[in-house]
Design a protein around this ligand. Structure first.
Ligand SMILES: *[C@@H]1O[C@H](CO)[C@@H](O)[C@H](O)[C@H]1NC(C)=O
Length: 223
């Protein structure tokens, strides 16, 4: 009898472990530029909803640099795809994200989305920094003291490892894959769910799409 109970207990433990196994998170890196319309649209329309759905399965890494270029190792500043305002915007974001190192990805994404939406940083405004409860003095100091230049040189180095042809570019677990890259621009949830096949949110998402599809087909047939 005792033995039997013990077996049930073991079964229960196995079941609990199986159903609550904490998934290994994917590392999603985003290489982007502060004033780039494609980066803005990707972060607001793809990354935000995807992270909302899949935050338990995804870790975020932001690299605000893109196709910028340092001049004289940053001694003479940077040259950016969308002009010098973009260089400032990239540096402000690097400085703020550095200050947010210990914060959640959710907070980091909220901050970056605010910047991409408003382009505040590239206009020298620190609204988004303040909205995220960061010290605007510290960010300002980072930008003017040379620390921001060092952070941007680091971002340049990380970006050079990926050599993006298109901005924004993503990598998953530090790997670039052209198919994933192209798919992510139009359907990041689908892209991540093609890897996270067994996750509940993906299953629910596909059920929802299938149901919608079915309803649409039926509506079409009625008309
Ligand atoms: C910032 O701080 C205020 C007041 O403490 C709080 O209500 C708000 O939620 C915080 N915002 C963020 C993004 O942490």
């Amino acid at each position: 009898m005792v033995h039997f109970k013990f077996q049930i207990l073991l079964l229960l433990i196995a079941f609990v472990q199986f159903s609550y196994a904490v998934p290994q998170k994917l590392l999603l890196s985003v290489y982007y530029e502060s004033n780039c319309p494609d980066s803005k649209s990707f972060i607001l329309k793809q990354l935000q909803p995807a992270y909302h759905l899949l935050h338990e399965y995804v870790k975020l890494r932001f690299v605000p640099f893109g196709k910028s270029r340092s001049i004289n190792y940053g001694d003479d500043g940077f040259e950016c795809q969308h002009g010098s305002a973009e260089c400032l915007g990239n540096m402000v974001q690097d400085c703020a994200l550095h200050q947010m190192k210990a914060e959640s990805d959710k907070n980091k994404l909220a901050y970056v989305a605010c910047e991409m939406h408003s382009e505040a940083g590239s206009q020298g405004r620190l609204d988004c920094v303040e909205k995220s409860n960061l010290s605007s003095e510290q960010v300002e100091q980072c930008v003017t003291s040379g620390q921001g230049t060092i952070l941007q040189l680091e971002s340049e180095y990380f970006t050079s490892l990926v050599k993006p042809k298109f901005v924004p570019t993503i990598t998953i677990n530090r790997e670039f894959n052209q198919e994933m890259q192209d798919y992510a621009q139009v359907d990041l949830i689908g892209t991540l769910c093609s890897i996270l096949t067994d996750s509940q949110p993906c299953a629910r998402y596909y059920n929802y799409l299938a149901l919608n599809n079915l309803l649409n087909t039926q509506t079409r047939n009625i008309h």
